[in-house]
Ligand binder design. Sequence first.
Ligand SMILES: *[C@@H]1O[C@H](CO)[C@@H](O)[C@H](O)[C@H]1NC(C)=O
Ligand SMILES: *[C@@H]1O[C@H](CO)[C@@H](O)[C@H](O)[C@H]1NC(C)=O
Length: 345
Amino acid sequence: MVTNKPHLAGKRNTVGRPRLPTGILLAIGGWSGGNPTNGIEAYDVRADCWINITNNTERPRAYHGTAFLNGYVYCIGGFDRLEHFSNVRRFDPISGNWHEVAPMYYQRCYVSVTVLNGCIYAMGGYDGHMRLSTAEYYRPEINQWSLIAPMHEQRSDASCTSLNNKIYICGGFNGHDCLQTAEYYSPETNQWTMITPMNSRRSGIGVMAYAGHVYAVGGFDGNSRLSSAEAYNPDTNLWTNVASMITTRSNFGIEVVEDRLFVVGGFNGFTTSYAVECYDTTTNEWFMVCGIRIFRSALSCCVISGLPNMADYVVPRDTLPQLPALEEEEEEEQNEMESGDSLNE
Ligand SMILES: *[C@@H]1O[C@H](CO)[C@@H](O)[C@H](O)[C@H]1NC(C)=O
Ligand SMILES: *[C@@H]1O[C@H](CO)[C@@H](O)[C@H](O)[C@H]1NC(C)=O
C-alpha cells in the first residue's frame, strides 16, 4: 500500500500539531540541471516538508560526502566540473557559518564517507585520473587526516556506513565494472575484510546501517538503474532481498531519521529526480513522501540532532496546518461512532 503521510500517524501532540523531530535530514549539494549546486534543504520529518536553507555564498559541490560530527556538518571532497576536491568545508548549524578545515591527502570525488568513534572516514573515489582504493580518516581534535589501510578494491561511486564498530563499504565502480563486492574495515586491526558479495552489481548505490543490518539500495548495474534493495546480516554474512523502492535511482542521498530509511533524489535513468521515499523495516514497505524542491543527483545527506536551535530547521509549528491531525481525529471519531464506543460514554 502506498500512502503519502505514513509518519504522522500516532505522532502528534495534544494540540494536533506535530512535535519537533529528534533529527533533521539535510540534503546537501549535488548535480542539478546540468550544473553543480550549492542547494541545501532540510527535511522536517514530522511535518513531511522540505525547507530551503541554501547559503548562496558557498561554492557548489557534487559527488561529495557529508558527515555530522560533534555539532558540525562536514562537506568532503566532490567535484564542481572544474576541480576534483580534496578540501573539506565545515558548517556550523547553530551560527550558520562555514569554515575550511584540513584537506584530505587525496582529491576524492564519488567519495564514500561515514563517522565511526568520533572520527570521519573517507574512502575511495576518483581523483581525476584514477579510481582510488586508498582511505583516510579525520580526527577533529587535531584537525588532521591520516591514511588507513587501502581497500581490496578501487571504489568510486560506492557507499558506506558504520555498524558494530566496523565500516562497511559496498559496490561502486573500479573504472571497468560496476561492483558486486563489499568489504568491512575494523579500526582495531586496521584491516579490510571481504564479505559475501551483494546479489546485484551496484554503482551509485546507497548504503546505510538500519535495524541491525547493512542496507544496499538502488544504483546502476551496468545496464539499468535499480529499484531493488537488499540487507546484509553481519551475524550470518548473508544478503537478503527486501522490498524494492517505488522508483529506480542511482546517486541519491540516503539516511535514517526516526527509525525510517530515506532515499532522496538521484538519477532515475532518464532525469535527475525530486522524488523522496522512505522504507519501514517493520512492514517492509516503501512510501513516497514530500519531494525535494531542488531536483538533483550526486547529493549527500546527513542528519543533524541535539541542537539548541532545532526550530530554525523545521516548519514553524504555529504555521503548520492542523489538517492531518484533524483528519485523523475525524477518522477516530467516525471509528468510535461506527464501533459504538461513544455510546457507552
Ligand atoms: C533556495 O534558496 C536560495 C537562497 O535563498 C535561492 O537562491 C534559491 O532560488 C532557492 N531555491 C528554491 C528552489 O527555492
Ligand atoms: C552564509 O555563509 C557565510 C560564510 O560562512 C556566513 O557569513 C553567512 O552568515 C551565511 N549566511 C546565512 C544566511 O546563513
